[in-house]
Design a protein around this ligand. Structure first.
Ligand code: GLC
Ligand code: MG
Ligand code: CA
Length: 588
C-alpha cells in the first residue's frame, strides 16, 4: 500500500518534472511570446497608430481636427499596414489639457463632432479591417465635470468623489497651507484650495484636472460604466492614461521624501504605483475580458521594475502591455544614441518582462519631441524598421511615418498648458506643442489639413517637402519605407521568430529574427552621423554568413540603386549616416 503510494508519488514528481522542463524549454525559446491557443490577438498582429484628433484632419474648416477628418483619411490608416488606431481623447472637455480634462466621459466634444460621427468613424475603421482604441483618462476629470461641482458642494454620494483634505494650518495672512508637500506633474503644489468647500483638493496635473478618489466605491462603479459604455459601442479597447497616479496613500498628512542630491525632487512613494492601483486595474481587466478580444494598454513612465508590475502575471493578468517608453527616454537625442544603448534599451524590456507577456516599442507620442528632431532625419527609417520588426507591438505617433519634425512655436502661439506655465523664457523646454502641429497631407492650402485659413497650432513650414502626398508619389520615401516594412512584418519569421543581437558597438546596431523552417533576417543600423563601411563579423557574438541578400534600405540610402535581391557582403557593408537595412540571410 505504502509502496504503491511511493511509486505514485515518484511518478507524479517525474511527471511534474517533465512538464516543468518542457515549459521552461518552450518559454526560454520564446519568452516574450504569449501563447494563445486561439492564435495571435489583434494587437499582436501589427502596429498601433496614435491619432491626435485635433491635428489629424479638419473636416469643417474651423482649424481643429475632428472625427470626420479622421474618416476622411481612413485610407491612409489602412495603407500604412497598422492594425490598431488609438485616438487621443475625443470626449466633452473644456480643453485645458486638450481633452485630457474630461467633463463628460460618455459624450463627444462638439469640436470633434457628434456621437453619430463617432459611430461612422468606428464603422469606417472596422470596414477597413482596423481596430479602434479609445483614450481612457481615469485619474482625473475636468473641474467642470458635474461630479466635481457636486463634490465641491458636498452633495450626497458625490461628497467623496475627489481627494479632499483639510488645510494643515493657516499662515499669518490666514492663507490655508496644503496638507502635505505633494507636487503636481505640471509643477507647483498638487493641492488647490476650494473656497466653496473650505478644503483642498488634490490634482496630479492641472488644478483644472482634479484627481478622482479611487477609495470611493461610487467612483469605481462610474468608471466601470464608462468602460462598458464604449465597449458596448464596439470599441476594441483602451489606452489608459496616467495610470500610475490612480490611487494615493490613504494618509494625506504624509510628506513625500526629498531627494538627497536635489531637494526640489520628491520620491513619489505616496502618489505613484500604490498597491490599490493594481487592484483597480485588475477589475478593469476582468471587465474588458468579459468582451471578446479587447486590449488594455497603459501609460506608465516609471522605473522598469515598477512598469513591469502593470503586466500582472500568469494568474492575474493586468494590462496587455504597459507602454515601453525606454526608447523615448534612453534615446532622447542623437548623442545618447549608439549601438550599445539601443541594444541595452531593447534587452531591458525583454529581460524584465514577466514570462509569457507581449512586448511593445514606442518611438514617439504627443508628449515627446519628434523622432526626426530628437535623433536626426536620417534615423527616421532605421528606427521605424527597428520597432516594426522586433517581437511585439510597434506604436507609431501620427506623422512619424513621414518623418515630421518639431515645429517652432512662438510664445504667442503656445497652447500647451505645460509650456504656458513656464513663461516666455522657458516655455520651449517644456511645451508639447512642437510635436502636436497639424498632419502634413500635401503641399496645397494648409497642407491639406483644413479648408479654413487658421489652424489651432501653426503648420510646419516644411510641409511643402514633408507631406503624405509627396511621399506617396516618390519612389523612395519614409512613407514608402514604412509601408514596405509593415508588409515584410507579415512574414512568419517576424510574427513568431526569436531575436538575437549579433553585432553592436558605438556606431552599429543589428539584430536577427529567425524561425525554424523560415528565412532568417538581419537588420543593421548605422547609428553614426557619418557614412561608413561596416564589418559585421568584427566583434560578432556568433558566426555570421559571408553574404546576404538586400531586402530594403532607408530612403536616404546612397544604395538606392541596390535593388532588393542584390547580394551584399557582411564584412563590408556600406551604410550612409543613420541608415538601416534589412537583409535576408542565406539558408544554410
Ligand atoms: C498623459 C497624457 C498627457 C496628459 C496627462 C494628463 O500623460 O499623455 O498628454 O497631459 O496624461 O492627463
Ligand atoms: Mg474641425
Ligand atoms: Ca490619483
Amino acid at each position: 500500500m505504502q509502496r504503491s503510494y511511493m511509486f505514485a508519488g515518484a511518478f507524479v514528481v517525474l511527471f511534474v518534472g517533465i512538464i516543468v522542463i518542457v515549459v521552461v524549454c518552450v518559454s526560454s525559446m520564446n519568452g516574450w511570446k504569449e501563447h494563445n491557443a486561439d492564435g495571435p490577438k489583434f494587437w499582436e498582429q501589427g502596429g498601433v497608430y496614435q491619432v491626435y484628433p485635433r491635428s489629424f484632419g479638419d473636416s469643417d474648416g474651423d482649424g481643429t481636427g475632428d472625427l470626420m477628418g479622421v474618416v476622411a483619411h481612413s485610407d491612409h490608416l489602412k495603407d500604412l499596414g497598422v492594425v490598431t488606431v488609438w485616438l487621443s481623447p475625443i470626449f466633452k472637455s473644456p480643453m485645458k489639457d486638450f481633452g485630457y480634462d474630461i467633463s463628460n466621459y460618455m459624450a463627444i466634444d462638439p469640436i470633434f463632432g457628434t456621437m453619430d460621427d463617432f459611430e461612422r468613424l468606428v464603422a469606417s475603421l472596422h470596414r477597413n479591417g482596423l481596430k479602434v482604441v479609445l483614450d481612457f483618462v481615469p485619474n482625473h476629470s475636468s473641474n467642470l465635470h458635474e461630479w466635481f461641482t457636486k463634490s465641491e458642494a458636498r452633495e450626497g454620494n458625490y461628497t467623496d468623489y475627489y481627494v479632499w483634505a483639510e488645510a494643515k494650518d493657516y499662515d499669518k495672512n490666514n492663507t490655508p497651507i496644503p496638507p502635505n508637500n505633494w507636487m503636481s506633474e505640471f509643477g507647483g503644489s498638487a493641492w488647490e484650495w476650494s473656497g466653496i468647500r473650505g478644503q483642498f483638493y488634490y490634482h496630479q496635473f492641472l488644478a483644472e484636472q482634479p484627481d478622482l478618489n479611487y477609495r470611493n466605491e461610487h467612483v469605481k462603479e462610474e468608471m466601470k460604466n464608462v468602460l462598458r459604455f464604449w465597449l458596448d459601442k464596439g470599441v476594441d479597447g483602451f489606452r489608459v492614461d496616467a495610470v500610475k497616479y490612480l490611487v494615493e496613500a490613504q494618509d494625506l498628512n504624509l510628506d513625500e521624501p526629498t531627494d538627497s542630491d536635489n531637494p526640489e525632487l520628491l520620491h513619489h512613494i505616496f502618489t505613484t504605483n500604490q498597491p490599490e492601483t493594481f487592484q483597480i486595474l485588475r477589475e478593469w481587466r476582468e471587465l474588458v475580458d468579459k468582451y471578446h478580444e479587447k486590449v488594455l494598454m497603459v501609460e506608465v513612465y516609471s522605473e522598469v521594475e515598477d512598469v513591469m508590475k502593470y503586466y500582472g502575471n500568469q494568474s492575474v493578468p493586468l494590462a496587455h502591455f504597459p507602454f515601453n517608453f525606454f526608447m523615448l527616454e534612453a534615446l532622447n537625442n542623437r548623442s545618447t544614441l549608439n549601438g550599445y544603448a539601443l541594444k541595452d534599451t531593447i534587452s531591458l524590456w525583454l529581460d524584465y518582462m514577466p514570462e509569457g507577456k507581449w512586448p511593445n516599442w514606442v518611438l514617439g507620442n504627443h508628449d515627446n519631441g519628434r523622432v526626426a528632431s530628437r535623433l536626426g532625419k536620417d534615423m527616421v527609417d532605421a528606427l521605424n524598421m527597428v520597432v516594426l520588426l522586433l517581437p511585439g507591438t510597434p506604436v507609431t505617433y501620427n506623422g512619424e511615418e513621414i518623418g515630421m519634425e518639431n515645429t517652432f512655436i512662438s510664445w504667442e502661439d503656445t497652447r500647451d498648458p505645460e509650456g504656458c506655465r513656464w513663461g516666455p523664457d522657458h516655455y520651449q523646454e517644456h511645451s508639447r506643442d512642437p510635436e502636436r502641429t497639424p498632419m502634413q497631407w500635401n503641399d496645397g492650402h494648409m497642407a491639406g489639413f483644413t479648408n479654413g485659413n487658421n489652424t489651432w497650432l501653426p503648420i510646419n513650414a516644411n510641409y511643402q517637402e514633408i507631406n503624405v502626398a509627396a511621399q506617396k508619389n516618390a519612389t523612395h520615401s519614409h512613407l514608402k519605407f514604412y509601408q514596405h516594412v509593415t508588409e515584410i512584418r507579415q512574414e512568419e519569421t517576424f510574427k513568431k521568430g526569436k531575436v538575437t543581437f549579433p553585432t553592436y558597438d558605438d556606431s552599429t546596431f543589428s539584430f536577427i529574427r529567425s524561425l525554424e523552417g523560415h528565412p532568417s533576417y538581419l537588420a543593421v543600423v548605422n547609428v553614426a552621423t557619418v557614412n561608413r563601411t561596416v564589418n559585421l563579423h568584427l566583434g560578432a557574438n556568433f558566426q555570421l554568413p559571408d553574404k546576404a541578400e538586400m531586402v530594403i534600405h532607408s530612403s536616404t540610402s546612397v544604395a538606392k540603386e541596390t535593388p532588393s535581391g542584390s547580394t551584399v557582403f557582411l564584412d563590408s557593408l556600406t551604410l550612409v549616416a543613420g541608415e538601416g537595412v534589412l537583409l535576408k540571410l542565406p539558408e544554410d
